[in-house]
Design a binder for this molecule. Structure first.
Ligand SMILES: [Zn+2]
Length: 455
């Protein structure tokens, strides 16, 4: 039996076992991507009305929140009417996430997750099981645009491989062998030695697609080009995400791997938000599940203009996210894509910016990895910023919440040397607030040390 057929069989068996709707949802998404923009918009309006009806019936917190803002959800009939509802901020979710879960959802119906967030504000959030699986189907659809298909091997350059692959048990091991077929190369430590290890792993695993944090893939590509890489297996595509890519970095990665880069934008709270097709002309939004508004001063921006992104998840009935300010910037694109898909497109403007810290040992540590694995797990941290103004020293600027205390400090004392090495001096500075950058963004990681020092 071919690898593709085995993978497809494993996928169907797993879905039956878990009683999830991933195969059916993937079929739906593969069809709906070809709908006309008008049909997609009409579908969104219907789904929005259904979500608002559900939220009104089952969520006293939203009822109160809307009433307090003098908003009447009955007047919201289309996506364009969403401006009549108030925005949900990260602080709002930090304070109210438990109340935002709808009545009637039991623990087993809900998937809880946390994020450090690109803004450095850890969030606890939830989604219902159905939404969890529709996100999986969405990821399969986008992976297929980049040259992946069932049975293909994949390599990730990502933070903290152990957490990524979860605790191994026999089902997960078989799942990875038959279906996912992936290896994870640890982006939290990029040194010439570890990157040579990546080369060996890629030669053995022979992936069809490489996925990774944009900055990490770029640094790996630059390392390979500087050394005159040879013997790397050909890739069908490289998928970059989690960090702003930029044109120069895209060119370096494409020159190194000899294939196109498919940039992607998403978050833990919402799943994949947008993804490039093979026209590489903006990111098609996952409009079947998400409404993405781009606004400035409370009004939608014109195509080509940058604005702040608000997300409404049409499918998370467990914990509705309605006009969630994700603290990213984006630019709406006008017109249809040459690929023929009717899903509207986003061009990234400022996007998320996570820098690298440089350790005295000469390691580059990715800010994206630290938001997820250091800050999100620290008890009582409402907001944080890592500041490196000179080599060898880092300041953790922390806005403390009520649970901040000795447990938090013990956590940092254990974890910071794990991530940043034993030679790095570090201190915690408690602050009342962390001021945004002139662009309005909250930088999680600000390093004034040139990453080239690590080479
Ligand atoms: Zn397209």
């Amino acid at each position: 039996m071919s690898a593709a057929l085995m993978a497809k069989t494993a996928f169907l068996v797993q879905s039956l076992w878990e009683r999830n709707h991933v195969p059916a949802e993937l079929r739906r998404l593969e069809a709906s991507q070809w709908w006309s923009p008008a049909a997609v918009a009409e579908y969104q309006d219907q789904r929005l009305q259904a979500l608002l009806r559900h939220t009104l019936a089952r969520n006293p917190h939203y009822q109160r929140f809307w009433r307090e803002h003098g908003a009447d959800p009955a007047q919201v009939r289309t996506v364009a009417d969403l401006v009549k509802l108030p925005v949900v901020t990260k602080e709002h979710i930090q304070n109210h996430w438990r109340d935002m879960i709808c009545e009637g959802f039991k623990e087993r119906d809900i998937v809880l997750d946390r994020t450090g967030g690109s803004s450095g504000k850890p969030l606890q959030f939830a989604m219902d099981r159905r939404r969890y699986f529709s996100r999986v189907a969405g990821a399969y659809r986008h992976d297929r645009w980049a040259g992946w298909d069932f049975g293909c091997r994949v390599a990730y350059i990502w933070g903290h491989p152990q957490a990524f692959l979860h605790a191994p048990n026999w089902r997960k091991r078989w799942r990875n062998r038959l279906l996912d077929r992936r290896i994870v190369l640890d982006s939290s430590s990029l040194t010439p030695e570890t990157m040579l290890g990546f080369v060996n792993a890629l030669q053995r695993h022979r992936p069809r697609v490489l996925l990774g944090y944009a900055n990490s893939v770029y640094i790996f590509a630059r390392f390979l080009l500087a050394r005159g890489h040879d013997g790397l297996p050909p890739l069908a595509g490289v998928v970059t995400s989690a960090e702003v890519l930029g044109q120069e970095r895209r060119q370096v990665i494409e020159a190194c791997f000899g294939c196109r880069v498919f940039d992607r934008y998403g978050s833990r709270e919402t799943g994949i938000i947008g993804s490039e097709c093979d026209e590489h002309d903006g990111l098609h939004l996952c409009s079947e599940h998400l409404v993405v508004e781009i606004e400035r001063d409370g009004a939608p921006v014109a195509p080509g203009e940058p604005g702040r992104i608000l997300i409404t998840d049409l499918s998370n009935y467990g914990m509705p996210m309605i006009r969630y300010r994700i603290e990213d910037m984006g630019v709406p694109l006008a017109g249809a894509c040459r690929c023929g898909r009717g899903l509207v497109r986003l061009g990234m403007a400022a996007g998320r910016e996570t820098d690298f810290l440089v350790t005295p040992e000469g390691k580059l540590v990715s800010g994206a990895a630290l938001t997820i694995y250091l800050i999100a797990r620290a008890p009582g941290v409402r907001q944080a910023q890592l500041l490196q103004e000179r080599p060898g020293a880092v300041t953790l600027r922390v806005v403390a919440g009520p649970e901040y205390g000795p447990e938090t400090e013990a956590f940092f004392a254990r974890q910071v040397p794990e991530f940043l090495g034993r030679q790095m001096t570090w201190q915690v500075e408690l602050v009342d607030a962390i001021a945004p950058l002139p662009s309005g963004k909250h930088a999680f990681c600000v390093s004034r040390v040139d990453p080239a020092r690590a080479f």
